[in-house]
Design a protein around this ligand. Sequence first.
Ligand code: G3I
Length: 351
Amino acid sequence: MLKGIRLLYLLATCLIVSCASEPTPRACAANNAASLRDAAQGCSLSIGAAVDAKSLRSDAMYKQTLSREFNAVTPENAMKWATVHPTRDKYDFTDADAIVDFATENKMLVHGHTLVWHNSLPTWVSAGSFSRDELIAILRDHITTVVGRYRGRVAAWDVVNEALNDDGSPRQSIWASRIGPDYIEMAFRWAHEADPQAKLFYNEDKAESMETKSNAVYNLVKNLKSRGVPIDGVGLQSHVTTDSAPKLQDVTSNMNRFAELGLEVDITEMEVRLKLPSSPEDLNAQARVYRDMLTACLSVKQCKVFVMWGFTDKYSSVPSIFPGNGAALIYNESYQPKPAYKALADLMNRR
Ligand code: G3I
């Protein structure tokens, strides 16, 4: 008898706890929308993809699919330092302009990527022997020029990207080692001066879940907020595999704690890479990961943008970064929607 009561009590507790913390995606207005972008609008969400300027120029299907399905873009490489500022006295905005113009024509939000990063630096910066003051002046000029050029046209910026190591310690990039930890605050302040309306983000990899690294991101942005640094949001990149994907519950809890700091918290670079060749089961498992991450986003009011790191496997950077892996995006190489596409569409087409 006592055993029975104890069992019942345990069952009731489990039910209450899991029901109370089950993420509930916000209501969406669309039903059977013709595209992801139409469906997303009904969920007060912008849905986007990283964009490659070369493909936009050369591949009509790429351009057509992008404008039909998405209402947000992030330049994959076109706004990185090595591209826009290849030599000390020369800026080259050819690719960045092409993407921003395309986005403007198609009423898409632009998420600028990225102002301060340890990677994709031109050698004049990475191998330069500048004093602290010189490097500060160089960084300030870069941020002011790039953000200033797109003032009013780029809605948000990844001001600082991947400043932490996977164990949560500060990454010893050229910026941290030559300027010191203050470079982060300086970058946000200069970006804000250059475009006071743009939303300013800290963007990080492997910080989706409740773990050491996301704790470090949390402490970093909390500290910035508490000192009045103009930061508006955190970007959770989400480059995952079906095995390493974080749990829905953990992502939601993590997003909620950033939201409680008064920050927007967006998914900024999602993709789910598979070992090649992929099987139908792999594609279904991949679809579940996409669905879970979008469920987390739709469960947190402050998650307003969901961006994938490309949309067609034809141009994904995954195979070159993770040899033997690929098929990471929601369209295959021939622009056929995969199960992941349907999973996202179904989730946004329910009321
Ligand atoms: O543009 C040159 C091209 O002219 C040349 O023919 C070719 C030969 O290798 O290289 C081209 O540049 C490459 C560029 O991708 C475009 O393909 C760079 O070498 C290569 O380093 C660059 O890789 C990018 C990487 O960031 C480094 O910037 C990937 O495309 C891009 O997907 C990746 O994106 C990063 C995010 O910015 C930050 N978070 C992680 C994410 C994935 O690694």
